[in-house]
Design a protein around this ligand. Structure first.
Ligand SMILES: Nc1nc2c(c(=O)[nH]1)N[C@H]1C(S)=C(S)[C@@H](COP(=O)(O)O)O[C@H]1N2
Ligand SMILES: [Mo]
Length: 546
């Protein structure tokens, strides 16, 4: 049996670092429980915020990408289809080992184990950030995992140190040469500090196990949805999107892409946990003021003649110059067709759409039954909808802000009247109708970029969905409005790119942009905040030419 280190043997640590085998086991176990708590916390946070990318799956994915093909083949040959499970077991072993070491180090050198955990956390964060599915919110999970691990580690090891110090103080008999301090200490009846450590240890272990169990349940739902989504192949559209006109993308450096990649698409919703619906169990029901209720399932929806359209969707909360707007190629079935099957009754003027998590949007019935491409969308840029963007089915309605139209995780459509039903945001200070306001944005040059005298290139986007943009103008230092080059839009339902080049000498300039829609109405000049029905005013950029 290994003996405890004598007080006098320790150069730097002092009496509290004295420990026998039991103490070392307790320190290592503390590290493991701390890491368990951290991993559980990280997976739980990820389960709610970014179910398709958790710290564990990110690190696992990283390992899969990094191992040489030979090792991969060997692993597949050895474990077969259990290779993923083998990887997870391997990761669990490595984490356990590292955690035990961190516990021992933290016990010997307060703060040392925490640094080790922080380093491992940084690796986890790097794994998350470099994954293709990385979203703005995804880093929160590895950070949470690291913080929780360090907090639990410090709490447990701190108590363990107090306990050991107390035991030593009581039981290191000065004149009792040859006695085993360690055994002496281990024989001590539980002191307050000892109970404090044991209680904290037990609590952390129970919380870690409970957190892990909840995370597992959340992930199970997510992985079923993600797995079904992965197997899904989208049908060919009966009516494909018109090709993007030549010159629609100006190719000016620093401009947002004309079609927003799914991973860069803004995300706005009230869902704390991303709903993870299984399409095999999904149905959409049309109720309310209809001649006959209609229910459609996912397979039936896939079999309909689908249309594919580019539509730019925007959030009413977008500030002037803001980023809460994106353009995608949506695949779906026109809502009008489904509503026609149900037969809306005379007098109805609104459709209240509900998502699986209870969110509701109130859309003018007319916007869903007129000739516009209001879709029950199942595809986004050639892929099934990402879980975060409403898998398996959402609404996309050209010309209306998302809060009154773009319901994700859609489950019911109730044909009703604005006088009889209120949608989620209406009692919260937002308008019940939400037509998109004509807006424009300067993307190039970026604010704060150093510019040199000579030709300066300006560029950006303008949008007035379902009306289209006719003209974009710039003015410098409140001078006359000058016409920008307007690229052809994909359609009136999407944003347009614009560009303007001019010679500028040294000095400070204020540049403003305004768009005019195809009805001839210029965007509103008055500066207004987003609530209740969308911000107005000119996007204004201050630049320094030197
Ligand atoms: N279920 C549900 N759908 C929703 C919302 C929501 O909170 N819950 N928010 C809406 C709002 S306000 C906007 S702007 C769009 C954003 O869609 P996106 O996250 O796919 O960009 O979704 C809409 N659909
Ligand atoms: Mo929104």
């Amino acid at each position: 049996m290994s003996r405890g280190i004598k007080v006098g043997d320790m150069g730097t640590g002092g009496a509290t670092t004295v420990g026998g085998t039991k103490t070392r086991i307790a320190a290592a176990a503390s590290g493991v429980v701390a890491a368990g708590s951290g991993v559980a916390a990280g997976e739980l946070v990820a389960g709610f915020l970014s179910p398709t990318l958790t710290p564990v799956t990110a690190v696992g994915g990283w390992v899969i990408d990094l191992v040489p093909p030979g090792v991969k083949d060997w692993a597949i040959a050895l474990f077969g289809t259990a290779d993923k499970a083998a990887l997870l077991v391997g990761m669990a072993l490595v984490i356990t080992l590292l955690a035990a070491v961190a516990g021992l180090v933290e016990y010997r050198w307060a703060g040392g184990g925490s640094w080790l955990v922080a380093a491992a956390g940084a690796l986890g964060l790097a794994a998350v950030l470099t994954r293709a599915q990385a979203t703005m919110i995804a880093p929160v999970a590895p950070v949470a995992a690291t913080v929780v691990t360090i907090a639990v580690l410090r709490a447990l090891i701190g108590r363990l140190r107090v306990q050991t110090a107390e035991a030593m103080a009581q039981n290191v008999p000065s004149g009792n040469a040859g006695s085993d301090e360690n055994e002496a200490r281990d024989a001590v009846p539980p002191t307050t500090s000892r109970r404090s450590f044991a209680r904290a240890f037990g609590l952390a272990a129970v919380l870690a196990a409970a957190g892990g169990a909840v995370a597992a349940v959340v992930h199970r739902a997510a992985s079923v949805a993600a797995e079904v989504r992965g197997r899904l192949s989208l049908p060919t559209p009966a009516s494909p999107a018109t090709p993007i006109p030549a010159g629609a993308e100006l190719g000016l450096e620093g401009m947002p892409p004309l079609v927003t990649p799914n991973g860069e698409f803004y995300r706005i919703d009230t869902a704390l946990a991303v709903p993870t619906l299984n399409p095999d169990e999904w149905t959409l029901k049309v109720t309310g003021m209809v001649d006959r209720e209609v229910t459609i399932d996912f397979a039936t929806l896939l079999g309909k003649p689908l249309v594919e359209r580019y539509v730019t969707i925007a959030c009413v909360s977008n500030e002037v110059g803001g980023q809460l707007i994106g353009n995608a190629r949506w695949l779906g079935w026109p809502v009008r067709e489904l509503l026609q099957q149900a037969g809306p009754k005379p007098g109805a003027d609104m459709v209240l759409s509900t998502s699986s998590d209870g969110f509701t949007a109130g859309t003018p019935l007319e916007a869903l039954t007129d000739s516009r491409d209001a879709l029950l969308a199942i595809g986004m840029n050639g892929e099934p909808l990402p879980l975060e963007h409403g898998f398996p089915v959402r609404l996309v309605v050209p010309g209306l802000y998302g809060f009154v139209s773009a319901t994700k995780w859609l489950t019911t459509l109730k044909v009703t009247r604005f006088a009889d039903d209120v949608a989620y945001w209406t009692p919260r200070g937002w308008s019940d109708h939400g037509p998109i306001k004509t807006q424009s944005r300067i993307d190039v040059p970026r604010a704060g970029r150093a510019l040199s005298a000579g030709t300066v290139h300006f560029g950006g986007i303008a949008w007035a969905q379902h009306r289209g943009i006719a003209r974009v103008e710039l003015r410098i230092n409140r001078g006359p409005w000058q016409q920008a080059v307007l690229a052809p839009g994909i359609s009136q339902d999407t944003w347009y790119q614009w560009q303007f080049s001019t010679d500028l000498g040294r000095g400070d300039y204020e540049v403003q942009v305004r768009a005019t829609d195809s009805t001839g109405t210029p965007q509103a000049e008055e500066r207004r905040a987003p609530a209740p029905d969308g911000a107005t005013g000119y996007h204004t950029l201050s630049i320094k030419v030197g």
